[in-house]
Design a binder for this molecule. Structure first.
Ligand code: DAH
Length: 330
C-alpha cells in the first residue's frame, strides 16, 4: 500500500497519474479486483476485509487528488512562465513606418532651397479672390477662374488653387530682397490618372533691385535644382504663358524612363514637363505696391516630382494609404 502511495506522490505528469488511477481504481484495477473477492470471504471476516479495502481506496483517491492539484498548479505555472511577456524587452523585429513619398520629396526640395538661403513661407488654405487671383494678374473672367477648377465657398472665399498667393502675402508683409519658397496643399476640381482634388505644390519667389535678378539667374537656379533632383537629365525651357510672369516658360527634362528615346510616360516626345516659371509681371508688383524691383518665380507639383522619381504610374495611389505601396519606401 505504501509503495502505491509513494508511486502516486512521485507521478511526474497528469498523464502518469491518470494511468495509475486506472491501474488501481479503474474497472479492472488492482483494488477493484480485491472488492470482487469479497464474495469468497467468510462472513465473519467480510466486514473487516471491506473496511480495510475502503480505507485503502480512500487513501489512494485522496493521494491522487492531492497530487493532481499539485501537478495542475505546476502545469499552470509552466504555461504562465512560457506565455509571460517581457515588456522591457526591445523588439528588434519591430517594423518601422516609412516617410510618405510626397512628404519625402517635399522635404528634399525644401532642404535644397533652404541651403540656398531661401526662407520657407506659409499661407492659408482658404484664400480670397485678391490673393489667389486678382493680385496675380488674373482679372475677373479670366479662364483660370473657371468654376470647373476652383472650389468656391458660399462666402466668396475659396480653397487656394495654387501656392502662388503666398508670393503676394510675403511681398505685402516683407521688403525686398526676398528669396522664399512656399510649400503646401492646394485644391482643384480635378480627378484622373494625373490629378487629385488635393495635391501639393512648391512656389518660389526671388525679388531684388531691378538689375540684380534676371531670367538668366532663374535658368541657372532651375538647371542646378533639376539636376539635383533627377540626376543627369537635359533641361529645356519652352516659351509659355502665365498671367503672373512675363516672359514665362515651362520647363521640361529629358524623360527619366526612356532617356529621351520616347516612351508611353513621355507620350513619345522624349520630354517631361516638370514646372512653370518666369519673370514676375509688372502688374503683380503694382498690386503689392512695389516699384523698381525685378523678380522671378516658379511653381511645381510635388506629386509629379515624386511620381517621376519613384516611377509611380497613378497619382491617385499616393493618397490611397495602401501599405503595399508605402512599404516600398522604407
Ligand atoms: N501657379 C502655377 C500653377 O499652379 C505654377 C506657376 C507657374 C507658379 C509659373 C509660378 C510661375 O510662380 O512663375 O500652375
Amino acid at each position: 500500500m505504501e509503495a502505491l502511495i509513494t508511486q502516486i506522490e512521485n507521478a511526474d505528469s497528469l498523464e502518469t497519474l491518470e494511468t495509475l488511477r486506472v491501474d488501481i481504481l479503474g474497472k479492472k484495477g488492482t483494488l477493484t479486483k480485491e472488492f470482487a473477492r469479497l464474495k469468497d470471504i467468510p462472513n465473519e471476516e467480510k466486514k473487516a476485509f471491506a473496511q480495510n479495502l475502503n480505507t485503502q481506496k480512500a487513501a489512494v483517491a485522496n493521494a491522487i487528488e492531492v497530487r493532481k492539484v499539485d501537478l495542475e498548479k505546476e502545469a499552470l505555472n509552466k504555461q504562465l512562465e512560457s506565455e509571460k511577456i517581457d515588456v522591457t524587452r526591445f523588439n528588434n523585429e519591430l517594423t518601422c513606418g516609412a516617410v510618405h513619398p510626397t512628404v519625402d520629396t517635399m522635404d528634399r526640395i525644401i532642404q535644397y532651397f533652404q541651403n540656398l538661403n531661401f526662407s520657407v513661407e506659409e499661407g492659408p488654405l482658404v484664400e480670397d479672390d485678391f490673393h489667389n487671383f486678382e493680385a496675380l494678374n488674373l482679372p475677373k473672367y479670366h479662364p483660370a477662374r473657371d468654376m470647373q477648377d476652383t472650389f468656391y465657398n458660399k462666402d466668396y472665399t475659396l480653397l487656394r488653387t495654387h501656392t502662388s498667393p503666398v508670393q503676394i502675402r510675403t511681398m505685402l508683409s516683407q521688403k525686398p530682397p526676398i528669396r522664399m519658397i512656399a510649400p503646401g496643399t492646394v485644391f482643384r476640381r480635378d480627378f484622373d490618372l494625373t490629378h487629385t482634388p488635393m495635391f501639393h505644390q512648391i512656389e518660389a519667389l526671388v525679388v531684388d533691385e531691378a538689375d540684380k535678378v534676371s531670367f538668366a539667374n532663374l535658368k541657372h537656379v532651375l538647371e542646378e535644382f533639376l539636376h539635383h533632383m533627377f540626376g543627369d537629365v537635359e533641361v529645356r525651357f519652352r516659351p509659355s504663358f502665365f498671367p503672373f510672369t512675363e516672359p514665362s516658360a515651362e520647363v521640361d527634362i529629358s524623360c527619366v524612363f526612356c532617356k529621351g528615346d520616347g516612351c508611353r510616360v513621355c507620350s513619345h516626345t522624349g520630354w517631361l514637363e516638370v514646372l512653370g516659371c518666369g519673370v514676375v509681371d509688372e502688374n503683380v508688383f503694382k498690386a503689392v505696391g512695389y516699384e523698381n524691383y525685378s523678380g522671378y518665380a516658379f511653381g511645381l507639383g510635388i506629386e509629379r516630382f515624386a511620381m517621376l522619381i519613384h516611377n509611380i504610374g497613378d497619382l491617385r495611389s499616393l493618397f490611397e494609404s495602401d501599405l503595399r505601396l508605402l512599404g516600398q519606401f522604407k
